[in-house]
Write a protein that binds this ligand. Structure first.
Ligand code: AMP
Ligand code: GLY
Length: 428
């Protein structure tokens, strides 16, 4: 088979790496890809948002399966476009992608189908939102309705902060039309965990759990980022919790989307807050998580192409996932200054030495090949990933590799996975 992966981050490197391991696959292309992906697949210079360009390429190269990494092409309707021309593509339709593209849609859907989530209200104008704050209790969570590259959520501690967020989102339109509506919801307390499922529209399989580290600094301090590291499995996701999330979140979502006339095919990502009154959905994504995927895929023993083919053909009912018992940790190395401004073009050294290590893989995100060297080209640069017999040894081995890699002004968190160790010792 010839497979095309759409996207250019660490998640896409992990997908290309896993897809390449399938005996069904002869050739992998990635659009647009990055420096690391170019070592194992043919990168093509087409943006992930250029869905017409991607369609043309898929026809030209007679691509047998297209796999979409990021949300933007999904919300632009890449799946509908490819399927209308008879091309096989793994991901949800534009209508199903509303679970991520519209927080108003997602919250109303959850309310309708009794899926546990924070109580909420939606507002279409700033005046009524501000009126509501007069009697609301704080902290309160304000969310722009549409896609905002992970920056559309504000936790306001008081009315002044809430009014400011509303002004920025609804009046100054910092997220453009994504801020035409807002969701305002109760602030939930607890620990977050990511639970992903793969669905063919009717059947689904739930993937093992993982946990992201969203803040830039150790101990979850500082501003939010795209994700500074991840590990899988997450000890907080006990068998009981996984069962509850499956019954109360995954199953009703797949069934509900079918009832809405919008079969959900692809990856359903539930961002869960584990609260004292059970798991509650913080958000849905309609794609693999980044960096969760980097920590999940090295543990998946199945042939991912076989699974994706089955999902595209409505055959997931016959599939059972098999997991490596080991733990996996991914430490993200960033350009100094990220998530603010940062410099690029810095040469990365030490990668070859890491490639020799067993059970380790360095997934590239913001890198490119320049004069036979790998240089930085983005904020999140590498996802240094390692398996270990338990979380402690996976952490040790991932950080041993991090210590071998260097680029000017590189930055990373020192505590990826630390929460899991605390949790494991409590459970044991
Ligand atoms: P979202 O894009 O909806 O996942 O929100 C991004 C992040 O904001 C989540 O990962 C949480 O850390 C936080 N968040 C979102 N909704 C809530 C909530 N209702 N209560 C507390 N934190 C939240
Ligand atoms: N790790 C969060 C996300 O993929 O949206």
């Amino acid at each position: 088979m010839k497979v095309l992966v759409v996207g250019s981050g660490g998640r896409e490197h992990a997908l290309v790496w896993k897809i390449k391991a399938s005996p069904l696959v002869k050739k992998v292309y990635c659009a647009p890809g990055n420096g690391g992906i170019s070592k194992i697949a043919e990168c093509v210079d087409i943006k992930d948002s250029d869905i017409e360009g991607l369609l043309k390429f898929a026809h030209e190269k007679k691509i047998d399966l297209t796999v979409v990494g990021p949300e933007v092409p999904l919300t632009l309707g890449i799946v509908d476009l490819f399927e209308s021309e008879g091309l096989k593509i793994f991901g949800p339709s534009k209508k199903s992608a509303r679970l991520e593209a519209s927080k108003v849609f997602a919250k109303e859907f959850m309310y309708k189908y009794g899926i546990p989530t924070a109580p909420f209200k939606t507002f279409q104008d700033s005046h009524s939102a501000k009126q509501f704050f007069k009697t609301a209790s704080f902290p309160i969570v304000i969310k722009a309705d549409g896609l905002a590259a992970g920056k559309g959520v504000v936790i306001a501690q008081n009315k002044m902060e809430a009014d400011k967020a509303i002004d920025q989102i609804m009046n100054e339109k910092i997220f453009k039309d994504a801020g035409n509506k807002v969701v305002i919801e109760d602030c939930l307390l607890g620990e977050e965990v990511s639970i992903l499922a793969m669905s063919d529209g009717e059947n689904y399989v739930v993937l093992d759990s993982s946990q992201d580290h969203k803040r830039i600094f150790d101990d979850d301090l500082g501003p939010n980022t795209g994700g500074m590291g991840a590990y899988s499995p997450a000890p907080i996701a006990t068998i009981k919790l996984m069962d509850e999330v499956e019954k109360k979140v995954i199953e009703p979502t797949i069934v509900g989307m079918k009832k809405e006339g919008s079969l959900f095919k692809g990856i359903l990502y539930a961002g869960i807050m584990v609260t004292s009154s059970g798991p509650k959905v913080l958000e849905f994504n309609v794609r693999f998580g980044d960096p969760e995927t980097q920590a999940i895929l090295p543990r998946l023993k199945n042939d991912i192409v076989e699974l994706m083919n089955a999902a595209c053909e409505g055959q997931l009912n016959d599939m059972e996932l098999i997991w490596e018992k080991k733990s996996c940790v991914c430490v993200v190395m960033t350009s100094g200054g990220y998530p603010g401004t940062y410099e690029t073009g810095k040469e990365i050294t030490g990668l070859e030495e890491c490639e020799k290590e067993k059970d380790c893989v360095v997934f590239h995100a913001g890198t490119k090949k320049e004069n036979e060297k790998i240089v930085t080209s983005g904020g999140r640069v590498l996802g240094v990933t390692s398996l270990g017999r338990d979380i402690e040894s996976a952490i040790t081995s991932a950080y041993n590799m991090v210590d071998k890699i260097h680029f000017d002004r590189c930055f990373f968190r020192r505590d990826i996975g630390a929460k899991a160790i605390k949790k494991s010792s409590l459970i044991a």
